[in-house]
Structure formats: C-alpha cells, structure tokens
Design a protein around this ligand. Structure first.
Ligand code: DC
Length: 219
C-alpha cells in the first residue's frame, strides 16, 4: 500500500506536487484543504461566523459535502453544486483557516478523509496528514518555503489570472494563516517526527517531484 502524506504551510506548492505525483503513480489524490474551504463556504452561505463553534457545530455533521473525481481531477461538491472554483476565492482562504481550528469541524473532516483513503493507494495533502489523519503513512514529507517566496508564487498565480492583488497583502495573509494554522490546539500544522523536510524556496516543481519520487523508489 502506498500512502503519501504531504504537509506544509499555504503556498508551499504541495498541491501542485501532489497532483503530479498522483498522476505519475496512478494513485488517488485528496486535497484536504478543499474540504475545509467548503466548510467555510457553507458557513458563509448560512451567515455563520467561522469561529462561532456553537453555530458551526449545529450544521457540520449534516454538511452536504462530497468529493468526487472526474477524469482523475478532484471536484468539491457542496449541496450538489460544484464549488471547486468558488472555494479558491481569496476571502475563503482566511475563513477556511478559521473554521479549521474548530475541533468539531476537524473531527468530521478527518473522518471523511480517512474513509476516502481507506484501503487505497493515495497521496493526501494538508497540514496534519502525517501527524494525525494518516499517522501510519509510509511516506511523509513536510514541504515548506520562505514566506516571501510563497507570497510571490501566489502573486504570480493570481496576476496571471488577471486578478489585481498587492504583494504585501498576500504576504501578510500568508503569515497570518501560518500563525493560525500552527497555533491551533487541535492537530496544528506541524512536521511529523518521521517526515522528510523539504524547503522548496530554491527548487522547481520538477525538482521537488523528482526528489519525492526518488525517495519512494529507493524503497
Ligand atoms: O491547503 P489550503 O490552503 O487549501 O487549506 C485551507 C485551510 O484549511 C488552511 O488555512 C488550513 C486548513 N487545513 C487544515 O487545517 N488541515 C488540513 N489538512 C488542510 C487544510
């Protein structure tokens, strides 16, 4: 069984890398961040504050969220609607970080993630895959990069899509999310003791992919 845990902060490039690896190895890819983003979108649609635990707890167990695959690509379906694009909106990012700090949300999402991964060769990316979701994963990587590099990557990605963004704002958001994600009580962003650390600040996507594949093939 191949279970790969790819954890790391926002913008470290782990989802780009995870997608390529899942194609090359022909295994399932689950972007767990998309699930927290969908929870935040559900809260926004309900007019619920993402840090209001009582109100979130009232809907989270019955959230109508499904992860489906179309030609190998993950689609996030909320209330029957494909929200894969909507959940990428910048305003959803911070809300996703907020809602993901609530234990009731994490318990529900982790249960769903483990159900998807069960008995399947897969690569999961997130913040707590190696430490909490799949602690027995055979391969664990902690992918990171300097905040300025991650902000620049995000800046390039958004401007290429025609969005007008300020580099300094993106950098501040990245630092805020890093702090939020690594300081929450329940399953924070943290390198697993047995994960391989990979600083991608000066690496291309291909170099990161090759490194991870060589670690796997070495076995
Ligand atoms: O990877 P991303 O930026 O799409 O994730 C959005 C938010 O979800 C992120 O700020 C933290 C949270 N998250 C988490 O807490 N645990 C995960 N396994 C994945 C994401």
């Amino acid at each position: 069984m191949i279970n790969i845990a790819l954890d790391g902060p926002s913008g470290s490039g782990k989802s780009t890398v995870a997608k390529i690896i899942s194609k090359k190895l022909d295994i399932l890819y689950l972007d767990t961040g998309a699930m927290y983003r969908a929870c935040a979108l559900e809260a926004l649609m309900r007019g619920v504050d993402c840090l209001d635990e009582k109100s979130v707890a009232a809907f989270i167990d019955d959230i109508d969220l499904k992860i489906v695959y179309e030609n190998g690509a993950q689609k996030t379906i909320l209330r029957g609607e494909d929200v894969s694009t909507k959940i990428r909106m910048n305003e959803v990012s911070m809300k996703a970080s907020d809602i993901s700090s609530l234990p009731c949300v994490r318990r529900k999402m982790v249960e769903m993630q483990r159900a998807v991964a069960k008995g399947t060769d897969c690569v999961l990316d997130g913040r707590d895959i190696g430490t909490y979701v799949l602690p027995d994963a055979k391969y664990k990587f902690f992918v990171t990069a300097k905040p300025e590099v991650r902000a620049k990557r995000r800046y390039d990605e958004l401007t290429a899509k025609g969005q007008k963004v300020e580099f300094d704002c993106l950098l501040e958001e990245i630092n805020r999310r890093d702090y939020n994600d690594s300081h929450r009580e329940f399953a924070p962003l943290k390198q697993a003791d047995d994960a391989v650390l990979l600083d991608t600040s000066d690496m291309t996507v291909d170099q990161v992919v090759d490194f991870i594949l060589s670690e796997i093939e070495r076995d």
